[in-house]
Design a protein around this ligand. Structure first.
Ligand code: ADP
Ligand code: NA
Length: 289
């Protein structure tokens, strides 16, 4: 089973003729609300991939719909707490040319307590996987607890924060980063990501696929991505990570889990949207680019 300590956001999209100037009041031409947050995306991907995935996180009193939607996608939502804080949200302003401006409010995502975490992991065992990223608080505490339980500890280094990743690094069994994050990590640590003391490092390279380094064997393996015509690359990395961990949780060897994750990531870039359009296992397996 996968325990995912992760963010849950409301993505609030406003279509505008232009981005607002200081002091300007603008009427939006349209509004839509989607489920987002890197954590929620990964939980949805893992659940759609067929894994048992319990999401550890929090929403505000205004977030019941988000929990409901996670549940509909197959995520175990029993460990999501209702917080005094507002649900995390992203205010996404999009102008006529497709340019955007985003305001991100972490809210409940950063208001988890150590007690929440302890309760959430109280039934976890060494057979389970712990996953986190950098949009909540308590990643380090979570990784410490999970590591002490003998769980496999995985971290997606996004959004990138040098201090956060440095702190959690010694506890990790698996690190997933994209190309930009890998460069940022190298700049911060002075070491290439695939020379870090983490058993498995997976660097995603967008249309170029991904690279896996295994510290036990010292081997680095490159995987080409399926060829597709991208229309929207948001959510590709989160979908990749959720599928990768679902594969590993099912006992797949890394190379096979990567193959599955790449198909899911490629399918994702052919779709507009994020959590709400993450493909299920049947679609991914049937997908022939
Ligand atoms: P992020 O969204 O975190 O920046 P990437 O862009 O590296 O992550 O994408 C994650 C994975 O999704 C890639 O390793 C690849 O498998 C798949 N993917 C992303 N973009 C494409 C693309 N244009 N064509 C095919 N696969 C893609
Ligand atoms: Na997409």
């Amino acid at each position: 089973m996968i325990y995912n300590l992760g963010s849950i956001n409301a993505d609030l999209f406003y279509a505008l003729p232009h981005l607002p100037q200081p002091g300007e009041t603008l009427a939006s031409q349209s509004f839509s609300r989607g489920l987002g947050g890197k954590g929620a995306n990964m939980s949805v991907a893992a659940a759609r991939a067929g894994a048992r995935c319990a999401h550890i996180g929090a929403v505000g009193a205004d977030g019941a719909w988000a929990v409901q939607r996670l549940m509909e996608y197959g995520v175990d939502t029993r460990l999501i707490r209702t917080s005094e804080e507002a649900t995390g949200h992203a205010l996404i302003l999009v102008d006529a040319a497709g340019e955007n401006a985003i305001v991100l409010f972490p809210g409940a995502n950063r208001a988890l307590s150590e007690m929440d975490l302890a309760l959430a992991l109280s039934e976890a065992t060494a057979a389970d996987i712990f996953l986190c990223q950098n949009e909540t608080n308590l990643q380090l505490e979570g990784a410490e607890r999970a590591s002490a339980l003998g769980m496999r500890v995985a971290y997606a280094a996004a959004p990138f924060d040098a201090e956060a990743v440095r702190a959690v690094l010694p506890l990790l069994d698996l690190l997933v980063l994209n190309e930009v994050e890998a460069r940022q990590l190298e700049a911060a640590t002075g070491r290439a990501a695939d020379t870090l003391p983490v058993r498995d490092v997976v660097i995603t390279l967008g249309a170029k696929g991904c690279r896996w380094h295994n510290t036990d064997t010292g081997a680095t393996q490159d995987f080409a991505a399926p060829k597709v015509t991208p229309v929207d690359t948001t959510g590709a990395g989160d979908t990749f990570t959720g599928y990768l961990l679902a594969g590993l949780d099912r006992g797949m060897p890394m190379a096979q889990a990567i193959g599955l994750a790449q198909k899911a990531g490629a399918l994702m870039v052919t779709r507009h949207g994020t959590a709400d359009v993450i493909p299920d296992l049947k679609e991914v397996q049937a997908f022939t680019p």
